[in-house]
Design a protein around this ligand. Structure first.
Ligand SMILES: Nc1nc2c(c(=O)[nH]1)N[C@H]1C(S)=C(S)[C@@H](COP(=O)(O)OP(=O)(O)OC[C@H]3O[C@@H](n4cnc5c(=O)[nH]c(N)nc54)[C@H](O)[C@@H]3O)O[C@H]1N2
Ligand SMILES: Nc1nc2c(c(=O)[nH]1)N[C@H]1C(S)=C(S)[C@@H](COP(=O)(O)OP(=O)(O)OC[C@H]3O[C@@H](n4cnc5c(=O)[nH]c(N)nc54)[C@H](O)[C@@H]3O)O[C@H]1N2
Ligand SMILES: [Mo]
Length: 832
């Protein structure tokens, strides 16, 4: 019998240790709903997880026409059969009784059910009116990192060439805009250099602002397995909270919020000072070293220690590890991307790799991570603020090439200015130049900063709001038209994870009621709008996921994200495959830049770069003089203090983020009983020192206030650095007793009631991780504890003593079978 593990109590399951340069053993995780036996499963349908950017491959069990469980796919390169807690349990939300089953339109102030014809005709009619009266700039699209490739591509074509608007962006702006921007700044083009297999080969793994244990738990299992095998890697963790990553790190640096650039400049300073620089690599592949060396010359560890409040000796110890690594793997995520000086900091991590020549070899790579499962596709397909196929909006020949693919006049594709970013789109809606906003697969009434402002923007009469979702979310409640979407498991399509692995997700079951796949909704709208190409033929010539994928292949041909070697049939059965995949690389490509920098030439690059302080776009002339031969660019940046610093009224720093059990605004994970129970409500983390100073204890109801607003939650006292508060951003109000938005006298519980409308000047990614806040007692907890997990970064402080807070467990309903597969040797060979 294979062992069963409570995967709420043990999110990472049992260990399968392996040594450096060995291949990661398979372990197949299976969860079947209570009462369903394996022989009752009628079919297993191939897919991958849609609750983070890892792309954990799995099969969905179907019994009686319904989803009944999931099982990891041992043959997949990404997870070798393992699944994380959300992968295992969140599929249950698909069958939730409150799924939207019929379109809704607003009549006399209330949303009422209608048929598709009525709903889509209303959207098309409003679009036509606005196009006539105000032009394409009055229509905006705000999409997601959670739809499928085929859907984004269709949306990009209909918005950019059909409507002709420049206002199309994704919630990827909140998520991986900085990842994309940092890659463009350093390598001239988006595209993840490294891959997950680098975990097998690295001797030092550095995680910058990345709580991998909770946000990509399966790759954390891989690191845990290496930590218990031969020649384990040493970890460097840069995170102000005591995450599981921090607890296992050889060096844990816990800087003040917003000081990443100071810390990184000191690390670069030390590496250069100690001569641990690969001059041959730089001579062959980089420009800008002298400027970088000059800029960090004064950035000693002692200097950074003051700014970051981290001991200089610890900075030295980290520099020693990074400087002497034989194969260094770095990962970067929201502690950098959503913090102050986001792009400037992310670029310094690229610099670290470039000056050490740590690129393009097994174990030597950088992962500028994605967050959302399909954010990569939003970027590639041009459904975020970029042109499809990583084409450069400032390069007329790139625009002409796109126009050729779409058979439209280049003038049809807006490229007079950078594509509008999401924060600017909301500003335009606020100011009244955008009059229609079509929101698909995202819940901005919980996930954007400064929610009172977002609610008032979306609530305006003059703004026509379309929301395409699975549930009547906080955002959908503010819509004029609500379109019920089919989701993962109910539709077929592909998506690409953070290491460029493309997975197929097949339809397993029927969607509820009249809900339709996002692709069908976009195609129906395009047909109603009768978008035409320059010869009068239909602009959009495809009609289903497979033909949409084929259309995308034509657009990606010859581009860095080349999909021409892939098709749906090839992705069925084996492992996911990494792009570029074409005639030259039929089995896909593990790593980019194995043979020099490929996409930075002035004629090829996706971007001419930006000023790291002001964000101003550079022109081709500047780019050509800086980088005539298309090498990697070392771009230096000075540290600048965060805009909002603690003061007397707001003495704390506040940051926000995630827990392993929940996904975003919890539309799925709150509807999965095991996940919901593990973290049913919001909480506030503070240090033992601060709690003692304020006379606060575990479980007290506290209020966190900033100049924007306030939220209330129970206090969890942890080993977080003093002066810092943390609030998970998962909790909106749809499932509260009130069920409606907080008012002036009823503080909410969403973290974004408090966050600031401010963004990185370069990537335009909002700052969710740097604010000043006040903390006060509302009501004593009477010995109860906060609804915060004990298994993760929110574990009670060590000083609290074991047993003071009940441990997070899942019980019988969270038991998962973990089967080792000793026969499994090389999944990659098997798959190809
Ligand atoms: N369980 C779970 N997994 C997820 C998601 C989810 O909602 N739940 N969402 C997915 C998505 S879309 C994303 S974007 C990723 C995000 O994944 P992560 O980036 O790993 O998650 P966060 O919790 O947002 O932030 C990571 C860490 O940044 C630290 N941090 C905050 N401020 C700073 C700072 O100024 N400097 C540094 N160095 N660190 C700082 C925080 O303490 C936190 O531990 O997760 C993906 N995976
Ligand atoms: N304070 C704070 N705020 C943050 C962050 C933070 O760390 N702190 N992180 C930011 C980040 S990185 C992210 S990615 C965002 C996430 O923010 P959101 O994107 O707003 O969060 P989700 O809850 O994932 O919203 C996705 C919506 O799409 C719906 N949906 C799911 N699948 C489908 C589908 O197939 N079709 C359609 N049409 N709809 C679907 C879901 O029901 C849900 O309502 O939040 C950002 N906001
Ligand atoms: Mo994200």
């Amino acid at each position: 019998m294979d062992p069963s593990v409570d995967r709420i109590a043990q999110p990472w399951g049992a260990r399968t240790p392996y040594g450096r340069h060995e291949s990661w053993p398979a372990r197949v995780d299976t969860y079947l709903a209570e009462g369903v036996a394996e022989d009752q499963v009628e079919r297993w349908v191939q897919t991958a997880s849609i609750l983070h950017s890892d792309g954990d491959a799995m099969d969905v069990a179907v019994a009686d026409g319904r989803m009944a469980g999931v099982r990891g796919r041992a043959q997949d390169r990404v997870n070798r059969g393992r699944l994380g807690p959300k992968d295992l349990f969140a599929w249950q939300a698909n069958a939730s009784p409150d799924r939207l089953a019929r379109p809704l339109v607003r009549r006399d102030g209330t949303l009422v059910e209608c048929d598709w014809d009525t709903a889509l005709e209303r959207v098309a009619a409003r679009s036509r009116e606005l196009l006539d009266e105000r032009g394409p700039g009055s229509i905006g699209f705000y999409t997601s990192g959670q739809l499928f490739l085929e859907e984004y591509y269709t949306l990009a074509v209909l918005a950019r060439a059909g409507i002709g608007t420049n206002h199309l962006d994704g919630n990827t702006r909140l998520c991986t805009a900085t990842a994309a921007e940092a890659l463009k700044e350093s390598f001239g083009c988006d595209g993840q250099p490294g891959c997950y297999d680098d975990i097998d080969h690295a001797d030092v793994i550095a995680l910058f602002g990345h709580n991998l244990a909770e946000t990509q738990p399966v790759q954390w299992m891989r690191i845990l397995d290496r930590l218990e095998g031969g020649d384990p890697p040493r970890l460097v963790c840069v995170d102000p909270r005591p995450t599981q990553v921090a607890r296992r790190a050889a060096v844990h640096l816990a800087p003040r919020l917003g000081t990443n650039v100071a810390l990184l400049n000191a690390l670069l300073h030390e590496i250069i000072r100690t001569g641990r620089v690969d001059h041959d690599f730089m001579a062959a592949h980089c420009v800008g070293f002298e400027e970088l060396a000059a800029r960090v010359e004064k950035c000693t560890p002692a200097w950074a220690a003051e700014i970051c409040d981290v001991p200089a000796a610890q900075i030295g110890a980290a520099a020693e590890l990074l400087g002497t690594a034989d194969r260094l793997l770095s990962t970067v995520l929201q502690g950098v991307y959503q913090s102050h000086q986001a792009t400037a900091a992310a670029v310094q991590i690229n610099n670290l790799h470039l000056i050490r020549g740590m690129l393009g070899r097994p174990g030597a790579g950088v992962l500028q991570m994605n967050g959302q499962p399909t954010a990569q596709n939003t970027r590639e397909c041009g459904a975020d603020g970029d042109l499809p196929g990583f084409r450069n909006w400032q390069n007329d020949s790139h625009v002409a090439d796109l126009a050729r693919v779409w058979n439209v006049d280049p003038k049809t594709i807006p490229h007079y200015a950078p594509p509008t970013h999401a924060m600017q789109m909301f500003r335009y809606a606020e100011q009244g130049s955008i009059r229609m906003l079509w929101i698909s697969g995202t819940n901005p009434a919980v996930s954007l900063p400064e929610l009172s402002r977002i609610r008032s923007i979306l609530g305006q009469d003059r703004l026509f709001v379309v929301v395409q979702d699975l549930f009547l979310t906080e955002t959908a409640q503010l819509a004029d038209v609500v379109l019920p979407a089919a989701t993962w498991g109910e539709k077929t399509g592909t998506f690409t994870n953070a290491d460029r692995t493309v997975h197929l997700s097949d339809k397993a079951v029927e969607p509820p009621g009249d809900a339709r796949p996002d692709l069908d909704i976009f195609l129906d709208y395009a047909a109603r709008m009768d978008f035409r190409d320059k010869d009068g033929g239909p602009l959009i010539t495809w009609h289903d996921p497979e033909s949409a994928f084929e259309a995308w292949k034509r657009c990606s041909a010859g581009r860095p994200c080349d999909y021409t070697g892939l098709d749906h049939a090839r992705l069925r059965g084996g492992s996911g495959i990494q792009w570029p995949c074409n005639e030259q690389a039929l089995d896909g490509t593990d790593r980019l830049y194995t043979d020099g920098i490929t996409w930075a030439h002035p004629d090829e690059c996706e971007s001419y770069g930006k000023d790291l302080v002001t964000g101003a776009s550079q022109e081709v002339v500047e780019y050509r003089s800086l980088n005539p031969d298309g090498k990697a660019m070392l771009k230096a940046a000075d540290y600048l203090p965060p805009h909002e610093l603690p003061d007397e009224e707001y003495p704390f720093q506040l940051t926000t983020g995630r827990t392993v059990y929940h996904f975003h605004t919890r539309t799925k994970t709150a509807r999965a009983p095991q996940l919901n129970a593990a973290a049913p409500d919001v909480w506030v983390e503070a240090s033992t020192t601060d709690a003692a100073a304020l006379g606060l204890g575990e479980g007290d109801l506290v209020e966190v206030g900033t100049p924007r607003g306030a939220l209330r939650g129970r206090l969890r006292v942890t080993d977080i650095r003093p002066g810092l508060l943390f609030v998970p951003f998962h909790y909106g109000y749809w499932d509260t007793e009130a069920g409606h938005a907080p008012g002036r006298d009823t503080p909410g519980r969403a973290a974004n009631e408090t966050t600031v409308t401010d963004w990185d000047p370069v990537s335009k990614q909002p700052l969710f991780k740097t604010a000043a806040a006040a903390l006060r007692l509302v009501e004593r907890g009477d010995g109860g504890s906060a609804p915060a997990p004990t298994t993760t970064a929110s574990a009670p402080a060590s000083a609290a003593g074991a047993g003071a807070v009940p441990a997070t467990t899942g019980g019988r309903s969270a038991l998962v079978t973990e089967s080792a597969d000793p026969t499994w040797d090389s999944p990659r060979k098997e798959a190809r």
